[in-house]
Ligand binder design. Structure first.
Ligand code: GDP
Length: 452
């Protein structure tokens, strides 16, 4: 906004508008863009053209960008048409491109082609998917690190170490009468132990990977009427859970995703922990325990304005200092006593809040962020958070490593040690994509979105 009275012209405010982008890839792209533009457009330069369909009818004025392979996302000749963000126009352009011989891309096909053309390894291709689905700053940062090859680099270091050990072992295979000398065996054992430690470090990032991709599973537990639903609503910022002054009306689980600082939380409100016998309560209790067992974080809500009774041991048994936070609620009431309620749960972190007024909520969010931060792992200075597929391969690698180490210790056959190590190598290879299983690849890329 211009400063009035100073004679300066008001600055033009920045404007935004949504446009539609159609992406094309394949060897015929060059012929296609030449037909559209009336000449071969300069690569990697946006060219303003009138888009006319095959019948010559004007559809829109668009920006056309041509990418000559291999300097494109897919590694093939590719192009992008940016038109006005009217779905009708985008549809007209798509239909015209189909009439000119294009076909719709399968989900993930652009990234699959990029992978097949050696533009990225499989862990980077997966990072594209993580990027598309990122729900928090941390998830975004981890996806970027992986897209830039962080996991591939770590794997390379581990694979180099493994290859060195394998070379030593294989050197003796051709001489069956000679056994691996003791000093060589010792150094192979040391190398393999280093590989195993690295494998374990990578595997340890799985939990954080799950958290980044799905959100931090945060279970809210507490007696009926302590304010669990009110807290959930306060955190979510709108009326989602049914709040009632009658005890135990929240029968089922309610789940909401929220963003807290750089993290994404999956908030799960549990049914009231009612110790009275009754089918519903028992079911609720059972399921609450199940939820607690798989929780990343637990918010135990206590009514700080009442003398809190002890929670059922089935619940307290599952609470850990690293993952549980005691939320002393109703701090707005005059009968609220932090010290009285605090005495009931001495070893766990506490925070006093009011779900009604919102006081203390920031402190609670800070505590949640600090806990979530502690789940983060760095491997070799890079942010690594492996996914389920990587973890599966790492576990396979670890099992084969274990077998190789056991054989070496027992002075077993060198050939068998080498064969175990090749199994390890194959398992590591799967992570970055030395996979010769086409169906697995098709399946993996099919989980992508269309257009990526
Ligand atoms: P839940 O059974 O644990 O889910 O508890 P609810 O969220 O349904 O809340 C039970 C009652 O406590 C409702 O009447 C709420 O308005 C009230 N309540 C919840 N949080 C607070 C609070 O921080 N301060 C006060 N004064 N009342 C609250």
């Amino acid at each position: 906004r211009g400063r009035a009275g100073q004679g300066s012209a008001p600055a033009t405010p920045l404007g935004t508008a949504a446009l539609a982008l159609v992406r094309i890839s394949g060897q015929d792209t060059s012929r296609l863009v030449t037909a559209l533009a009336g000449r071969t457009p300069l690569p990697r330069t946006a060219t303003h053209i009138d888009y006319r369909d095959v019948t010559g009818q004007l559809v829109d004025d668009v920006m056309l960008t041509y990418f000559r392979g291999p300097r494109s996302y897919t590694g093939e000749d590719a192009a992008e048409v940016t038109c006005h963000g009217n779905p009708f126009i985008a549809q007209k352009i798509l239909e015209d491109l189909f009439a000119r011989g294009c076909r719709p891309a399968e989900p993930g096909e652009f990234t699959q082609r990029a992978f097949l053309n050696g533009r990225m390894d499989l862990s980077q291709a997966e990072a594209v998917m993580d990027l598309i689905h990122a729900r928090s700053d941390r998830a975004l940062a981890a996806a970027h690190d992986q897209l830039r090859g962080a996991l591939g680099r770590q794997m390379q270091a581990v694979v180099d170490e493994l290859l060195a050990a394998l070379a030593r072992v294989e050197a003796y295979i051709d001489f069956p009468e000679e056994d691996l000398p003791a000093e060589d065996r010792d150094s192979v054992v040391q190398q393999l132990e280093r590989v195993r430690r690295e494998t374990d470090r990578l595997l340890a990032t799985r939990h954080y990977g799950e958290i980044l991709r799905d959100g931090i599973k945060t279970v809210i537990v507490g007696e009926p009427n302590v304010g669990k639903s009110s807290l959930l609503n306060r955190l979510v910022g709108r009326e989602r859970a049914l709040v009632s002054a009658e005890p135990g009306t929240t029968r089922d689980f309610i789940e909401e995703r929220i963003v807290v600082g750089p993290h994404c939380l999956r908030l799960i409100d549990t049914a009231g922990l009612n110790p009275l016998p009754g089918a519903l309560e028992k079911l609720g209790m059972e399921r609450t325990r199940e939820r607690l067992a798989e929780a990343d974080l637990v918010l135990v809500v206590v009514d700080g304005a009442e003398r809190p009774g002890p929670l059922p041991s089935a619940i307290t048994d599952q609470l850990k200092t690293e993952t549980a936070i005691i939320v002393l609620n109703k701090s707005d009431l005059s009968s609220f006593s932090r010290s009285a309620s605090q005495r009931s749960f001495p070893p766990l972190p506490h925070v006093a809040v009011s779900a009604v007024t919102g006081s203390g909520i920031d402190e609670l969010l800070n505590l949640i962020t600090a806990k979530a931060d502690s789940f983060q792992h760095h491997v070799g200075g890079e942010q690594i958070a492996v996914n389920a597929r990587h973890a599966h391969a790492l576990r396979e690698a670890r099992a084969a490593l274990q077998r190789a180490l056991a054989r070496l210790m027992a002075e077993g056959a060198t050939e068998l040690v080498a064969s175990d190590l090749r199994t390890v190598l194959a398992a590591f290879g799967e992570i970055v994509g030395k996979v010769d299983n086409e169906r697995m690849l098709d399946h993996l890329f099919a989980t992508f979105c269309i257009g990526k």
